[in-house]
Design a protein around this ligand. Structure first.
Ligand SMILES: Cc1cc2nc3c(=O)[nH]c(=O)nc-3n(C[C@H](O)[C@H](O)[C@H](O)COP(=O)(O)OP(=O)(O)OC[C@H]3O[C@@H](n4cnc5c(N)ncnc54)[C@H](O)[C@@H]3O)c2cc1C
Length: 398
């Protein structure tokens, strides 16, 4: 087991930290206040090629591994969760899914432009009646010659109003259950496709979130991703990558809380000494540091397995659950450490507190992660398709 980063991984982390400090952090508070997706920041991210971090160079990416990608994502989220969401969607949910399931033509046509930001992707799985129960897709795909006509509604779709292409999951036959679900690559300029921004969010205010409406949107057969009826597998494999970036991002949020709190605690004085010298404040900081270190190891282990090409649904779920919970605890305690000042957006911790909540909602709620983990431990359903931990009494008999 090697706990050292390679010189290349360290260089990417350092480069991303400097970029995030210089380009993202100074505008994060105002973008949050104005609920503004910042195209200037996005264009700088595109120009650096960051969105193609784990995509092979032959498809326009940086050709880096999942560890480098995790570290990059962490550094972005250390200053801004909204900006990190762009990475989770464009790189993890869309580009890596096309890399895994796409035909050579689809990869050639889409990946270079997703890496350089010419195309923006979104991932349309959730519907008004299908969130945790993702197999309950109501969006229909009806065959019409060599095309399909897609009709239905998606909701809570990140990057939904800015996307040029959407991965839309729809059923070709509701009687087939999850085996009827198919993933379509949809050009958002198609007739019958509209998107409406969702306003009034608790957090991620500088991230674009939308409902998508499809009214007989014509999609050619060659835009099916991963084959007819394989959409549920495509969706779940995408979430394995999305949850990884969410876990890494959550660790970044915890690190952001630590950085803000350690600085403030040595400056703010009560009872004649810095609050950092009070044991109860130290305890909150100690918990943040311990959670940050543990969370980082969990997501890096998942990244290591991804690099090896080994199934890692369990390890990714563990990382997503733990890191999401850690981020919520850290955000909560960071506001506490700042006292009344933590309650205003003069300091970033109230944004961290609000932005943390979505980490245990999207890409599978914390309850869904617990379901995956517990079912694996009990031997009811192995997350990686086979026992991955110590055999339990139940696992031995299943
Ligand atoms: C800001 C934001 C961005 C998002 N971006 C995207 C995106 O880009 N693409 C996309 O497809 N979706 C996206 N989502 C949607 C997100 O993935 C869903 O909200 C999430 O999966 C939960 O689904 P739901 O909201 O329908 O809640 P429900 O599924 O209705 O769940 C409600 C509550 O019940 C619990 N629950 C449900 N079933 C069980 C069970 N079997 N056991 C125990 N508890 C259970 C849940 O954990 C939750 O606490 C986004 C959401 C948000 C808030």
């Amino acid at each position: 087991m090697d706990f050292e980063f390679t010189p290349e991984q360290n260089a990417i982390r350092k480069h991303m930290r400097e970029f995030a400090e210089r380009e993202i952090a100074p505008k994060a508070q105002m973008n949050d206040r104005e609920c503004k997706f910042d195209w200037d920041i996005a264009k700088k991210i595109f120009a650096e090629g960051f969105l193609g971090c784990p995509i092979p160079e032959q498809y326009g990416g940086l050709g880096q591994d999942y560890i480098a990608y995790g570290l990059m994502t962490e550094e972005v989220n250390r200053v801004c969760s909204s900006t990190r969401t762009l990475f989770s969607v464009q790189t993890s949910l869309v580009a890596l899914t096309i890399l895994r399931w796409g035909t050579e033509e689809q990869k050639q046509a889409l990946l270079p432009k997703l890496c350089n930001g010419e195309f923006i992707g979104c991932y349309g799985l959730t519907e008004p009646e299908a969130g945790s129960d993702a197999a309950n897709q109501q969006t229909r795909a009806v065959k019409d010659g060599s095309d399909y006509l897609l009709s239905g509604q998606k909701t809570w779709i990140s990057c939904g109003t800015i996307a040029s292409h959407a991965l839309v999951f729809a059923t070709v036959d509701p009687k087939l259950g999850h085996k009827g679900i198919t993933c379509f690559i949809v050009d958002t300029k198609s007739k019958g496709f509209t998107a409406a921004a969702i306003k009034g969010k608790l957090g991620l205010r500088a991230s674009d979130t939308a409902s998508l409406f499809l009214d007989e949107v014509r999609v050619p057969e060659e835009n099916i991703l991963g084959g007819l009826g394989n959409g549920f597998k495509v969706a779940m494999s995408a979430l394995d990558n999305g949850r990884y970036s969410v876990a890494a991002g959550a660790v970044g949020l915890v690190q952001g809380c630590i950085d803000a709190c350690t600085e403030y605690s040595m400056v703010r004085k009560t009872f004649g000494k810095p609050i950092g010298e009070h044991q109860q404040v130290q305890a909150m900081i100690a918990d943040m540091v311990a959670d940050c270190e543990a969370g980082r190891l969990l997501y890096l282990r998942a990244g290591h397995l991804k690099n090896k090409g080994v199934r890692n649904t369990l390890e990714t779920s563990l990382a997503k659950l733990f890191c999401g919970e850690a981020a919520n605890k850290a955000g909560h305690n960071a506001v506490q450490i700042f006292g009344g000042y933590g309650y205003s957006d003069e300091y970033p911790v109230e944004r961290y507190f609000r932005d943390a909540k979505v980490l245990n909602i999207y890409e599978g709620t914390r309850e869904v992660q617990r379901m995956i983990i517990a079912q694996d431990a009990l031997g009811i359903r192995y997350a990686n398709g086979q026992p991955s931990g110590k055999p339990t009494a139940l696992a031995a008999v299943v």
